[in-house]
Design a protein around this ligand. Structure first.
Ligand SMILES: NC(=O)c1ccc[n+]([C@@H]2O[C@H](COP(=O)([O-])OP(=O)(O)OC[C@H]3O[C@@H](n4cnc5c(N)ncnc54)[C@H](OP(=O)(O)O)[C@@H]3O)[C@@H](O)[C@H]2O)c1
Length: 219
């Protein structure tokens, strides 16, 4: 699938990150579908209040409708989204492995890959990128600025599919951040908790400098 027009975005997870991104994307003119946890009973009401304009969808409806799928569920619950149906979709892994929430997962602790490489292996036909994970949900709206603003903050996108990176870079720009193309998915380690780019307010130049050393390690 080649995404040439404004993509339709589907978001798995109607929590802090999912609803913040839904608000920003709807506000930027995107059609947004959102799918919540089976435990969320009044999701239509919740979304109509916290992310008006986003459409609640079943997982199947979301996948069928969306060009870009953002996964914003707890990392420990990543397996509960239907990766097997993500063939050809651009999939944005916004998740972080966060032991206070996810518990310690021995296999992940022992794995040297970025957590997005681990997730990408769930479906090699999905066009997985990593983004949105290194900015706090509350900062996504607080720090959103118009293009050209001198203090505009940067957000990175990494992934092995250049067109997928470009599509998500446009999303990042549209929601109010300078997009940094960080190269292959393996570079995503630089964006994860415990690394200097994580959670910091950085310009595009500063963020690029923090991703480059990891790129050399991965080369
Ligand atoms: N909080 C931040 O500032 C921040 C920033 C960047 C990235 N992240 C990452 O983004 C992810 C989401 O964080 P969050 O803070 O938004 O968490 P959150 O507020 O707990 O929201 C996550 C939501 O996803 C739901 N969920 C679980 N499995 C699902 C599924 N299969 N389909 C649809 N929804 C599902 C959860 O429901 P249940 O409670 O029923 O499981 C919960 O409502 C995490 O991986 C986190 O590390 C967080």
């Amino acid at each position: 699938m080649h995404v040439t027009d404004r993509p339709i975005v589907g978001i798995f997870g109607a929590g802090k990150v999912g609803t913040a991104l839904a608000r920003l994307l709807v506000g930027s003119g995107y059609d947004v579908f959102i799918s919540g946890s089976p435990r969320q009973t009044a999701l239509d009401l919740l979304v109509s209040i916290v992310a008006p304009g986003a459409k609640v969808a079943t997982p199947e409806e979301l996948v069928a409708a969306s060009d870009v799928i953002i996964v914003a569920v707890p990392f420990g619950k990543a397996a509960t989204v239907p990766w097997e149906s993500f063939d050809d979709r651009i999939v944005v892994d916004a998740m972080n492995y966060w032991p206070p929430v996810d518990g310690h997962i021995a296999a992940v602790d022992a794995d040297e890959r970025s957590t997005s490489e681990i997730n990408a292996a769930r479906n090699p036909r999905a066009r997985v990128v990593k983004s949105f994970n290194h900015v706090g949900y509350h900062e996504m709206e607080d720090d959103s600025m118009d293009a050209g603003s001198p203090l505009r903050r940067a957000m990175a996108v990494v992934g092995d599919d250049p067109e997928a990176r470009a599509v998500v870079a446009q999303l990042i720009d549209d929601i109010g951040f300078d997009a940094v193309d960080g190269g292959p998915l393996a570079n995503g380690r630089a964006l994860e908790p415990g690394h200097p780019a994580f959670g910091r307010e950085l310009s595009a130049t500063e963020l690029t400098r923090l991703i480059e050393p990891v790129a050399h390690l991965a080369a």
